[in-house]
Ligand binder design. Structure first.
Ligand code: F6P
Length: 326
């Protein structure tokens, strides 16, 4: 086993609160162990464009509390081609990088897995996405913060909804994942939740809302952006005529869910995962993701993580939400 000497660290895909805390943990754990660290700016795009920056302990001062990512991030089409990956490899070899730590979601891990196999470079993945949609970890970095941001917004919407007897459709992020919608919906006392993973006919939704209507001063429906009816505006258009005693409004929360200071949970998770990632490389491991399962740091091969989809919330959560909103 050849000992690694120089880690290339990058964030890729959608940014998530906690990425900076994780960058800090990777850099400082690596330095503590006598390794060099190069920050690769803008993910795979930066590998192609040679956007590399040597990092020291002070490069990561005062960032644990910041949202976004100091390394910047991007979604990169060229890295999907072998030509692109060859160029990226040549650049990181020239910089002396002999191992990678990738912070991101499934797109990031797909690229990392292929790249590592093609060029035999060790790589460890750290799950960073507000979507919480990766197999092998109970939580991804940024999910807790994003869910709390959504709950804060729902609470505020509830105030004005109740003041006017209004029906609100609140759209939250999650193209393929309903984790934010379900968690924030339950914590915000939503009357109904529409998820990408579950089919909800509009007639069913109308019936559900009618069951509670009349008794309520406000009704909030959480709509995950990827659900099958085409988003909050579409759902509202089809449902509002059934509730003429309610004024109907739509709020799209959008990218504000991705920003903001990471919660205490995300900062601790980020620190643990960053620390674990470097230690995994030092132990000679590769093509694995470090994750949190039952409050323990566990590893899962990138392949296994990518080949499995996991709905992170028990099925009975939806039933519970419906019962608690009567
Ligand atoms: O993957 C995180 C995420 O925020 C999804 O929930 C959302 O669908 C997507 O990214 C939005 O991506 P972009 O910022 O590129 O529009």
């Amino acid at each position: 086993m050849q000992k690694i000497k120089h880690i290339g660290l990058f964030t890729s895909g959608g940014d998530a609160p906690g990425m900076n805390a994780c960058i800090r943990a990777v850099v400082r754990t690596a330095l503590y162990n006598g390794l060099f660290v190069t920050g690769i700016h803008e993910g795979y795009q930066g590998m192609l464009d040679n956007k590399l920056e040597p990092m020291n302990s002070r490069s990561v001062s005062n960032i644990i509390q910041l949202g976004g990512t100091i390394l910047k991030t991007a979604r990169c089409k060229e890295f999907r081609t072998l030509e692109g990956r060859k160029r990226a490899y040549a650049n990181i070899m020239a910089a002396g990088i002999d191992a990678l730590v990738a912070i991101g979601g499934d797109g990031t891990f797909t690229g990392a897995e292929i790249f590592s196999r093609e060029f035999n470079i060790p790589v460890i993945g750290i799950p960073g996405t507000i979507d919480n949609d990766l197999y092998g970890t109970d939580f991804t970095l940024g999910f807790d913060t994003a869910a709390n941001t959504v709950i804060e917004a729902i609470d505020k919407i509830r105030d004005t909804a109740a003041a006017h007897d209004r029906l609100f459709f609140v759209e939250v992020m999650g193209r393929d994942s309903g984790c934010i919608a379900l968690n924030a919906g339950i914590a915000g006392g939503a009357e109904a939740i529409l998820l990408p993973e579950r089919s909800t006919a509009l007639e069913e939704l109308i019936k559900q809302l009618e069951n509670a209507s009349g008794k309520k001063t406000s009704t909030i429906v959480i709509v995950a952006e990827g659900e099958e009816n085409g988003g909050a505006y579409n759902v509202a258009k089809h449902v509002k005529d059934h509730f003429d005693f309610y004024d109907t409004k739509v709020t799209i929360l959008g990218h504000l869910q991705r920003g903001g200071a990471p919660s205490s949970f995300d900062r601790v998770l980020a620190s643990r995962l960053g620390f674990a990632a470097v230690n995994q490389l030092l132990e000679g491991n590769t093509r694995i993701m470090v994750g949190l399962r039952g409050n323990m740091i566990k590893t899962t091969s990138l392949e296994e993580s990518l080949n499995n989809k996991e709905f992170k919330l028990a099925d009975d959560m939806m039933t519970m939400c419906n019962i608690l909103s009567i």
